[in-house]
Design a protein around this ligand. Structure first.
Ligand code: ADP
Ligand code: MG
Length: 484
């Protein structure tokens, strides 16, 4: 928990997030038009999406299934009866004059998300609800000096609005929440979580209260923040802004604000008095949505292993630390890659290779794990060579660099370059003798008590042999020689 220090004491942040997550589905929520991202403007628009009079919405069962799946992944209550309402407002990118949403009776009720925090600690954030709704179209104000263009491709695409309890206490917790929620949806295949393409957007609600106070303060809502980094920046800025007002005896005006990326500030957009009255009412074109308990059960039975369970299993089965397991399960593709590498090998060694060597290399190459020049089996084969003492861990790093560069297998590189580790005692002794003979003065110093020189001898022998001696044997024999 972090506090914001004011002149008169410490202030605590209270944060609740509303996330709009685009449902992964090929068709829209109430029409058969394509829900794909992109396309020429107004290519993916049916009469329903364009709000033509007399058109009737037909619910897309798959989108409902995706919402249920997400709810189950959030350990949430699934409401077997839910109701679609009309949320009325006027805007050019909303031709029907209302958005079909869910208000009082959402499809998913209370659930929770477990946050993995930096120091190995965890924390539960409550989910208030998840409801289904239509996305609006896109107004483009920057294409012409005189006109605004409207693209309805996005209009009618299914969104899940996921509302959290005001349970977060820092920007880091908000970030951890968004990452975990995104990971869960990606594991489930219900939302791709791509914030740049807008398939996941976040409204940040934030209020401040004095440390120790249990009552909630007045909040502001920062709309549509489109990256986790911006969410963190917006929270830091907004917390400071509110503390300054409160410290000066002022009151927070409950309002909707915008995050100005360029200036790095939040700006007032509209106050509570100007808030829309959406005149929600049940959509007369749609019956209440009723689900069979057995259908929900069926979906539950096909849920994949989710991040928390996978993490526990990685710690149990592979002996990984809390931290390594968290890092690996954060993305399903990373977890899958790791398991391919670890198959038949030491789990911790495999985890080290994936989290440091592989991730480091991908970072440098600016590639995703799917684009990795070395696949999981190939990395596993490299690790096998370390395990059976064909090469040392140090040489393995050089081999790995060559694998990335050439696409050749570890075994092939080891043979071609003659990197096979020397485990022959006689040969190692010979190399050691040479170095000791060339450094008699240092040998004498070592024997007189300068222990630190041990590393020097190891380094010299390794240098002379291209690092190919088995390090354990080298250490053992060198010790014998120096002490003997
Ligand atoms: P609205 O319908 O106006 O958006 P909600 O009550 O649904 O309001 O709350 C929206 C979000 O605001 C939720 O994520 C909730 O946790 C959060 N929230 C509510 N009150 C506060 C508060 N005092 N401080 C911070 N967040 C809050
Ligand atoms: Mg809201």
């Amino acid at each position: 928990m972090t506090y914001v220090e004011g002149q008169s004491g410490s202030w605590e942040m209270v944060i609740g997030l509303e996330v709009h997550a685009q449902v992964t589905s090929s068709a829209k929520l109430f029409s058969g038009a394509s829900a794909a991202f992109g396309g020429a403007p107004n290519d993916h628009v049916s009469f329903i999406d364009a709000g033509f009079p007399g058109m009737l919405p037909v619910i897309n069962k798959y989108c409902v299934e995706q919402a249920v799946r997400t709810g189950l992944g959030l350990k949430a209550q699934i409401n077997l009866t839910s109701i679609f309402d009309r949320k009325n407002y006027f805007y050019a990118d909303l031709p029907s004059g209302y958005q079909i949403s869910q208000f009082k009776n959402p499809i998913v009720g209370k659930g929770e998300i477990l946050l993995d925090l930096e120091n190995g600690q965890s924390r539960i954030v409550g989910i208030t609800r998840l409801h289904l709704e239509q996305d609006a179209g896109k107004s483009m104000h920057d294409q012409s000096p005189r006109e605004t263009f409207v693209d309805l491709n996005r209009a009618g695409v299914a969104l899940m609005e996921i509302v959290s309890e005001p349970d977060m206490r820092s920007a880091e917790e908000a970030a951890a929440y968004l990452k975990k929620l995104r990971a869960i949806m990606r594991y489930l295949g219900t939302c791709d979580g791509n914030m740049e393409e807008g398939s996941m957007r976040c409204d940040v609600n934030l209020s401040m209260r004095r440390k120790g106070e249990s009552k909630l303060g007045t909040r502001c809502e920062i709309k549509n923040v489109n990256s986790i980094r911006f969410v963190m920046q917006a929270i830091a800025y907004e917390a400071q802004r509110q503390v300054e007002i409160l410290e000066n005896g002022g009151a927070i005006n409950q309002e909707t604000r915008l995050w100005d990326t360029g200036k790095g500030i939040t700006r007032a957009m509209r106050s509570k008095e100007e808030a829309h009255d959406y005149r929600y009412f049940p959509d007369p074109d749609l019956l209440p949505l009723k689900l069979d308990a057995s259908w929900v059960e069926e979906i539950k039975n096909t849920l994949p292993e989710l991040p928390d369970d996978k993490k526990a299993r990685f710690m149990q089965d592979y002996g990984l630390s809390d931290y390594d397991a968290s890092v690996l399960v954060a993305e399903k593709s990373h977890a899958d890659y790791f398991e391919t590498v670890a198959k038949g090998h030491d789990g911790k060694l495999a985890a080290n290779w994936v989290t440091s060597e592989l991730f480091g290399a991908l970072n440098r190459l600016n590639k995703t794990i799917e684009e990795s020049p070395v696949n999981g089996e190939q990395l596993g084969a490299l690790i096998a060579l370390i395990e059976d003492n064909t090469i040392s861990g140090k040489i393995a790093k050089d081999v790995f660099a060559l694998m990335l560069e050439t696409g050749k297998s570890a075994a092939q590189i080891v043979e071609e370059k003659g990197l096979r580790q020397v485990t022959d005692k006689g040969a190692i002794e010979e190399e050691i003798e040479k170095i000791l003979a060339a450094n008699e003065d240092k040998v004498a110093q070592y024997r007189a008590g300068k222990d630190k020189l041990f590393g020097f001898f190891v380094g010299q022998v390794m240098k002379a042999t291209g690092g190919k001696l088995n390090p354990a044997l080298l250490n053992e024999i060198l010790k014998e020689k120096l002490n003997g």
